[in-house]
Design a protein around this ligand. Structure first.
Ligand code: FNR
Length: 365
């Protein structure tokens, strides 16, 4: 269908389901086991009500903010996601160009299907910031080489993903035999084995032995700001803070790791309740999973998030349309953020405060 006939993020998902090869659709859309967490990530936003304020002159809305000191046009970033090439031959490069045009920061995955230097080249300006997501591999030397590569390529932060010491059991993905060649950023080429899905094939290179102590050598190696992705409890948010990280991502990997883990929005509420000093403090707190509407972005920010990430929508919008699809998807989201800010009576991101939402239904649950 023509791009301008798609008017919300779900439309892109439906088009992707129809048009992606079966293995790609299974890999992108699947989540662990019964996919309960994947659904909850999204549905939890329904339980938070908005409390719009009136008569506040919302003639000028400014959605811009910054992440780790880098300006972006929306409090939204591109989540690291593997294998964008399954959706479109331009893969992560098309996302880089789209992110540049739309003023968003892209976090490039360790398992990017395109080399880092190509992704960096696809940016629209020299100073367009890009971050690197790191999986610590069983092969330590290769891991260190990746960090150096990311630094040399000019990437501006290191996001270490910690929620996948082993891979989740993604049944829909496993059912589709991964008889395709997979090349990951680490440079290893592996052939998909029968009964293993794409995810399992790739994860066999990631170490299950990562621990808090490892943050030390990572920090000694690089001066890039360190973000830990995959925090799911207030306890670990506090530990991350004590380890001096610059930011954390509250995330359950889009429901792809462990099923029936809580939605990140509930982790944020735990932090509000038990460690409020972490919010608005020195550590930036991001959140991803199930964000599909502009109003979801506003709710997460009201409850204390600095910014939010989207994963699947970038892959779905890439499918069939490439860079233009991604740009259209972002502009729809932007439009929803602007409309919802105006309707809620806020003009700037800083005005999105806790009184903008009623989360009592969540707290009772
Ligand atoms: C991911 N995610 C992910 N995360 C990460 O740190 N490194 C990675 O390589 C990947 N790869 C990946 C592939 C695919 C196909 C998906 C859908 C997700 C997780 C991703 O960064 C993010 O946490 C979730 O996608 C957020 O949930 P939504 O927005 O997809 O609901």
């Amino acid at each position: 269908p023509p791009l301008n006939s798609l008017i919300n993020l779900d439309d892109f998902e439906q088009v992707a389901e129809k048009n992606l090869p079966v293995n790609a659709w299974a890999y992108y859309s699947s989540a662990a086991e019964d996919e309960i967490t994947k659904d909850e990530n999204r549905h939890v936003f329904r339980k938070v009500y908005l409390r719009p304020r009136i008569l506040r002159d919302v003639g000028d809305i400014d959605t811009s903010t910054s992440i780790l000191g880098y300006r972006c046009s929306l409090p939204v970033f591109v989540c690291p996601a593997a294998m964008a090439k399954l959706a479109h031959p331009d893969g992560e490069c098309a996302i880089a160009a789209a992110a540049g045009h739309e003023g968003l920061i892209q976090v490039v995955s360790t398992s990017s299907s395109m080399p880092i230097h190509s992704v960096m080249k696809a940016r629209i300006r020299e100073d367009q910031p890009v971050f690197f997501q790191l999986y610590v591999l069983k092969n330590l030397e290769r891991t260190k080489a990746m960090i150096r590569l990311a630094e040399e390529a000019g990437m501006k932060a290191l996001w270490v993903t910690v929620d996948s010491p082993v891979i989740g059991k993604r049944e829909r993905d496993e059912r589709v035999k991964a008889a395709i060649q997979i090349t990951d950023q680490a440079g290893s080429v592996r052939k998909g084995q029968e009964v293993q899905g794409i995810a399992r094939t790739m994860s066999s290179v990631i170490t299950p032995r990562l621990s808090w102590d490892d943050l030390k050598w990572i920090r000694e190696m690089t001066s890039l700001p360190l973000v830990i992705k995959g925090i799911q409890t207030v306890e670990d948010a506090i530990l991350a803070y004590q380890h001096g990280v610059t930011g954390i991502v509250l995330s359950n990997h889009g429901g792809r790791s462990q099923d029936t883990t809580q939605p990140p929005l509930l982790t944020l509420l735990e932090i509000r309740k038990h460690a409020p000093f972490l919010i608005g403090g020195k550590m930036e707190i991001y959140l991803d999973g199930g964000i599909r509407r502009g109003r979801d972005v506003i709710k997460a920010l009201a409850l204390g998030a600095t910014a939010v990430g989207l994963g699947r929508p970038f892959l779905y919008s890439l499918c069939g349309y490439g860079e233009l699809g991604v740009r259209r998807m972002v502009s729809i989201l932007r439009d929803e953020v602007v409309t919802n800010m105006a309707l809620a009576g806020v003009r700037q991101i800083q005005e999105i405060t806790p009184d903008l939402v009623n989360a009592s239904k969540l707290q009772r649950d």
